[in-house]
Write a protein that binds this ligand. Structure first.
Ligand SMILES: CC(C)(COP(=O)(O)OP(=O)(O)OC[C@H]1O[C@@H](n2cnc3c(N)ncnc32)[C@H](O)[C@@H]1OP(=O)(O)O)[C@@H](O)C(=O)NCCC(=O)NCCS
Length: 142
Protein backbone atom coordinates (compact mmCIF):
# COMPACT_ATOMS: atom_id res chain seq x y z
CA UNK A 1 0.00 0.00 0.00
CA UNK A 2 1.64 3.24 -1.17
CA UNK A 3 0.35 6.48 0.37
CA UNK A 4 1.23 9.76 -1.37
CA UNK A 5 0.26 13.41 -1.07
CA UNK A 6 -1.40 14.99 -4.08
CA UNK A 7 -3.05 18.31 -4.95
CA UNK A 8 -6.14 19.18 -2.84
CA UNK A 9 -9.32 18.25 -4.71
CA UNK A 10 -12.33 20.15 -3.34
CA UNK A 11 -14.84 18.08 -5.33
CA UNK A 12 -13.48 14.83 -3.88
CA UNK A 13 -13.35 16.36 -0.38
CA UNK A 14 -17.09 17.13 -0.51
CA UNK A 15 -17.85 13.46 -1.28
CA UNK A 16 -16.28 12.26 2.01
CA UNK A 17 -18.85 11.30 4.68
CA UNK A 18 -18.37 13.59 7.67
CA UNK A 19 -16.22 16.11 5.75
CA UNK A 20 -18.10 18.81 7.70
CA UNK A 21 -15.84 17.80 10.62
CA UNK A 22 -12.94 19.38 8.73
CA UNK A 23 -12.97 23.15 8.23
CA UNK A 24 -11.01 24.33 5.21
CA UNK A 25 -9.47 27.60 6.39
CA UNK A 26 -7.55 30.46 4.80
CA UNK A 27 -3.84 30.01 5.45
CA UNK A 28 -4.22 26.23 5.73
CA UNK A 29 -2.23 23.75 3.65
CA UNK A 30 -4.35 20.89 2.30
CA UNK A 31 -3.72 17.78 0.22
CA UNK A 32 -5.77 14.96 -1.17
CA UNK A 33 -3.86 11.78 -0.29
CA UNK A 34 -3.76 8.76 -2.56
CA UNK A 35 -3.54 5.05 -1.80
CA UNK A 36 -1.92 3.24 -4.72
CA UNK A 37 -2.83 6.21 -6.92
CA UNK A 38 -6.51 6.42 -5.89
CA UNK A 39 -7.97 9.35 -3.88
CA UNK A 40 -8.49 8.07 -0.32
CA UNK A 41 -8.77 11.15 1.87
CA UNK A 42 -7.81 14.71 2.65
CA UNK A 43 -5.17 15.84 5.14
CA UNK A 44 -4.04 19.35 5.99
CA UNK A 45 -2.81 21.73 8.64
CA UNK A 46 -2.96 25.29 9.87
CA UNK A 47 0.65 26.45 10.32
CA UNK A 48 2.04 27.80 13.58
CA UNK A 49 5.30 28.19 15.50
CA UNK A 50 6.04 26.74 18.95
CA UNK A 51 7.97 28.37 21.81
CA UNK A 52 11.20 26.85 20.43
CA UNK A 53 10.65 28.62 17.10
CA UNK A 54 9.87 25.34 15.32
CA UNK A 55 7.13 24.95 12.69
CA UNK A 56 4.08 23.08 13.97
CA UNK A 57 0.65 22.33 12.54
CA UNK A 58 -2.96 22.05 13.67
CA UNK A 59 -3.88 18.97 11.68
CA UNK A 60 -7.15 17.89 10.08
CA UNK A 61 -8.00 14.66 8.29
CA UNK A 62 -10.96 13.06 6.53
CA UNK A 63 -10.92 9.59 5.03
CA UNK A 64 -13.30 8.16 2.42
CA UNK A 65 -15.54 5.47 3.92
CA UNK A 66 -14.06 2.56 1.92
CA UNK A 67 -10.54 3.41 3.12
CA UNK A 68 -11.36 3.59 6.85
CA UNK A 69 -9.95 1.22 9.48
CA UNK A 70 -6.56 0.79 7.78
CA UNK A 71 -4.43 3.12 9.84
CA UNK A 72 -4.43 5.84 7.17
CA UNK A 73 -4.73 8.63 9.75
CA UNK A 74 -1.18 7.84 10.88
CA UNK A 75 0.15 7.31 7.35
CA UNK A 76 -1.29 10.58 5.99
CA UNK A 77 -0.45 12.77 9.00
CA UNK A 78 3.12 11.41 9.30
CA UNK A 79 3.65 12.13 5.58
CA UNK A 80 2.38 15.69 6.05
CA UNK A 81 4.66 16.31 9.05
CA UNK A 82 7.63 14.94 7.10
CA UNK A 83 6.89 16.90 3.90
CA UNK A 84 6.60 20.22 5.77
CA UNK A 85 9.23 19.45 8.46
CA UNK A 86 6.73 20.00 11.28
CA UNK A 87 8.08 19.43 14.80
CA UNK A 88 4.68 18.69 16.27
CA UNK A 89 1.08 18.14 15.15
CA UNK A 90 -1.90 19.16 17.27
CA UNK A 91 -5.38 17.73 16.75
CA UNK A 92 -8.48 19.47 18.13
CA UNK A 93 -11.17 16.81 18.39
CA UNK A 94 -14.86 16.92 19.37
CA UNK A 95 -15.39 14.65 22.39
CA UNK A 96 -18.27 13.03 20.48
CA UNK A 97 -15.97 12.13 17.54
CA UNK A 98 -14.99 8.71 18.88
CA UNK A 99 -13.60 7.58 15.50
CA UNK A 100 -11.18 10.50 15.43
CA UNK A 101 -10.16 10.08 19.09
CA UNK A 102 -9.38 6.38 18.48
CA UNK A 103 -7.65 7.02 15.15
CA UNK A 104 -5.38 9.69 16.65
CA UNK A 105 -4.50 7.51 19.66
CA UNK A 106 -3.61 4.70 17.25
CA UNK A 107 -1.59 7.23 15.22
CA UNK A 108 0.60 7.97 18.24
CA UNK A 109 -1.09 11.10 19.56
CA UNK A 110 -1.31 11.84 23.30
CA UNK A 111 -4.10 13.83 24.95
CA UNK A 112 -2.95 16.88 26.92
CA UNK A 113 -3.33 16.47 30.68
CA UNK A 114 -6.57 17.62 32.35
CA UNK A 115 -5.01 20.78 33.79
CA UNK A 116 -3.81 21.99 30.37
CA UNK A 117 -7.19 21.15 28.77
CA UNK A 118 -9.01 23.04 31.55
CA UNK A 119 -6.74 26.06 31.00
CA UNK A 120 -7.42 26.00 27.25
CA UNK A 121 -11.17 25.79 27.99
CA UNK A 122 -11.11 28.67 30.46
CA UNK A 123 -9.02 30.87 28.13
CA UNK A 124 -11.53 30.19 25.36
CA UNK A 125 -8.82 28.60 23.20
CA UNK A 126 -10.73 25.32 23.07
CA UNK A 127 -14.51 24.71 23.07
CA UNK A 128 -15.88 22.88 26.11
CA UNK A 129 -16.94 19.98 23.90
CA UNK A 130 -13.44 19.53 22.44
CA UNK A 131 -10.14 18.06 23.54
CA UNK A 132 -6.62 18.48 22.13
CA UNK A 133 -4.00 15.87 21.36
CA UNK A 134 -0.41 16.16 20.13
CA UNK A 135 2.27 14.11 18.44
CA UNK A 136 5.91 15.15 18.52
CA UNK A 137 8.15 14.53 15.51
CA UNK A 138 11.33 15.95 17.08
CA UNK A 139 12.70 15.28 20.57
CA UNK A 140 12.51 18.84 21.88
CA UNK A 141 9.14 19.86 20.37
CA UNK A 142 6.45 21.00 22.79
C1 LIG B 1 -11.67 10.46 11.86
C2 LIG B 1 -11.37 9.55 10.68
C3 LIG B 1 -10.35 10.22 9.77
C4 LIG B 1 -10.81 8.22 11.22
O1 LIG B 1 -10.67 7.33 10.14
P1 LIG B 1 -10.29 5.79 10.35
O2 LIG B 1 -10.17 5.21 9.01
O3 LIG B 1 -11.23 5.19 11.32
O4 LIG B 1 -8.86 5.90 11.05
P2 LIG B 1 -7.68 4.84 11.06
O5 LIG B 1 -7.91 3.71 10.15
O6 LIG B 1 -6.43 5.60 10.87
O7 LIG B 1 -7.63 4.30 12.56
C5 LIG B 1 -8.71 3.77 13.21
C6 LIG B 1 -8.91 2.27 13.05
O8 LIG B 1 -8.01 1.62 12.16
C7 LIG B 1 -7.36 0.53 12.80
N1 LIG B 1 -5.98 0.44 12.30
C8 LIG B 1 -4.95 1.20 12.66
N2 LIG B 1 -3.85 0.83 11.96
C9 LIG B 1 -4.21 -0.17 11.15
C10 LIG B 1 -3.53 -0.94 10.21
N3 LIG B 1 -2.24 -0.73 9.93
N4 LIG B 1 -4.22 -1.87 9.52
C11 LIG B 1 -5.53 -2.08 9.78
N5 LIG B 1 -6.23 -1.37 10.69
C12 LIG B 1 -5.58 -0.41 11.36
C13 LIG B 1 -7.43 0.84 14.21
O9 LIG B 1 -7.31 -0.31 15.02
C14 LIG B 1 -8.76 1.52 14.33
O10 LIG B 1 -9.76 0.54 14.38
P3 LIG B 1 -10.66 0.31 15.64
O11 LIG B 1 -11.64 1.44 15.67
O12 LIG B 1 -11.29 -0.98 15.32
O13 LIG B 1 -9.75 0.32 16.83
C15 LIG B 1 -12.66 9.23 9.88
O14 LIG B 1 -13.63 8.70 10.74
C16 LIG B 1 -13.24 10.44 9.16
O15 LIG B 1 -12.82 10.79 8.05
N6 LIG B 1 -14.24 11.10 9.78
C17 LIG B 1 -14.87 12.30 9.20
C18 LIG B 1 -13.97 13.53 9.29
C19 LIG B 1 -13.50 13.81 10.70
O16 LIG B 1 -14.28 13.76 11.66
N7 LIG B 1 -12.21 14.11 10.82
C20 LIG B 1 -11.55 14.35 12.10
C21 LIG B 1 -11.63 15.78 12.51
S1 LIG B 1 -10.72 15.98 14.03
Amino acid sequence: MEVTLSEFDQEFFLTIAGHEGVRIQDGGVYHTFLVDGESAGVVGYIPGVNTQGESIGFVQVAIAQVYRGRGLTKAAEDLLAKRYKLACLYATIDLKNTDSLIAHKKAGFTEFDKETINQLHSKGLLNENQTRMYKKYTAKAV
